[in-house]
Design a protein around this ligand. Structure first.
Ligand code: HEC
Length: 225
């Protein structure tokens, strides 16, 4: 086996050697041929012109493979088709709206202060009509756990979006059993956009044990107190 392999390698070596020699001979003959041609060419400018023409004529030929440009065009067409298909996937993951994102970085403490501040232009404070520590109704619905209810009020609207709309355009949705006319309509004139986002951020923090769905704790408290 090894012997056979060595023999083969030897044959290849001999073969490639022969090819190299043949190539060298060819180059040598070419060189010796080129020399007289060059000498003759320098003699007449016509011959030079001719060879220049020939050279120029041969140059465009390699340039003709320009079709590669045609071949390269299809790939770009394929790439844009793939990219838009891939984009929707990552986009669908973080589906936070501008309001969601803004409310998330606003100041709930300031929102709580504004919620309790009497405003002449409305003749009310939010807290005059809404309880923040209870789900029970006052003039308006109780706002404890409003985040949960707000998320289910309007299909496709996040909790923050719904609460924001409830403040700037309360008539867009009327809570069952309440008078849509009662809540002042001018909060967007009274509070700046960012102040309203503060109030929304505050309302989103109102979480606690339900005192409507689970009224049992009340009698217990009375009994123990
Ligand atoms: C004069 C009373 C009154 C005042 C003041 C008032 N609201 Fe209201 N609010 C209501 C009433 C009544 C409703 C229910 C009718 C409706 O949905 O439009 C309501 C609804 C809401 C809702 C929707 C509640 C739900 O369960 O869907 C939110 C949120 C809200 N108000 C926030 C506020 C905030 C914040 C302020 C202050 C900037 C405010 N309200 C001031 C009376 C008031």
């Amino acid at each position: 086996m090894i012997y056979w392999w060595r023999q083969r390698t030897a044959i290849y070596r001999t073969f490639s050697c022969a090819i190299t020699l043949a190539g060298a001979c060819l180059l040598a003959s070419c060189g010796s041929l080129a020399a007289p041609v060059m000498q003759a060419a320098t003699a007449t400018s016509d011959v030079i012109q001719q060879s220049v023409d020939e050279a120029t004529a041969t140059l465009p030929a390699p340039a003709t493979p320009v079709p590669p440009t045609v071949t390269s065009t299809p790939p770009p067409t394929a790439t844009p088709t793939e990219l838009p298909t891939a984009t929707p996937e990552p986009t669908s993951a973080p589906a936070l709206s501008p309001i969601d994102r803004l409310v998330a970085v606003r100041d709930p403490f300031n929102g709580g202060m504004l919620f309790g501040t009497f405003q002449d232009a409305a003749n009310y404070a939010c807290s005059n009509c809404h309880l923040s520590d209870s789900e029970k109704e006052n003039l308006g619905p109780g706002l404890l756990n409003i985040k949960e209810r707000a998320a289910t009020r309007i299909e496709g609207m996040s909790a923050a979006e719904y609460i924001y709309q409830s403040i700037v355009d309360s008539k867009a949705y009327t809570v069952e059993g309440f008078d849509a006319e009662l809540m002042p309509q001018n909060w967007a004139d009274i509070y700046s956009e960012l102040e309203i986002f503060d109030i929304v951020a505050y309302l989103m923090t109102l979480e606690g044990r339900s005192d409507i769905d689970d009224p049992d704790p009340a009698p217990e408290d009375e009994a123990s107190g």
